[in-house]
Design a protein around this ligand. Sequence first.
Ligand code: BEZ
Length: 212
Amino acid sequence: MPTLQLGDVAPDFTAPTTEGDLNLYGYLGDSWGILFSHPADFTPVCTTELGRVAALKPEWDKRNTKVVALSVDSVDSHEKWTDDIGETQGTALNFPLIADTDRKVADLYGMIHPNASNTTTVRSVFVVGPDKKVKLSLTYPASTGRNFDEIVRVLDSLQLTAAHKVATPVDWQDGDDVIIPTAISNEQAEELFPKGFTEHKPYLRTTPQPNK
Ligand code: BEZ
């Protein structure tokens, strides 16, 4: 299976989860989606990550985004482990956790990297748009927990740039000024951005975030 690239259609699948069988497209509906894998249940970094994703539920909801996690452990293992997540991280699991014991989904999404482990998934993240296309992919090793605040920030950028002809600069946060792409002329920019824009260089123009 070739590596999934940005703009590829996210493969659909049906798999067992802690909330029963889940069909990805059915679960996502018209929402944005985040599919992310972790190496194994009952491991420390993964416990902190899943607790954090659960605590961020209001942020996912605000952004019309549904999350789903995956590892190659069984539903039985997931269910036993989720008690520990609630107990140690302060938020009970509030999204489905796929039991990919046959690695069907892991193989579809290239989540097993044999140089890291032949048997368990690395820390992959796929952001899927409402059109079911891959908008972002990230891969972290088992030893490094992800920063899910960054995933929220990327979602803000992806959703903003899907709706407006802008790009977001380094370290951008929701509400900051945004960049006008070079394909837009100054004349077009005057029409598109009534709040005005600053020309720092002919190729570097910024404008207040259009939807604020
Ligand atoms: C962890 O979640 O702590 C972990 C999982 C697999 C390998 C190394 C660390």
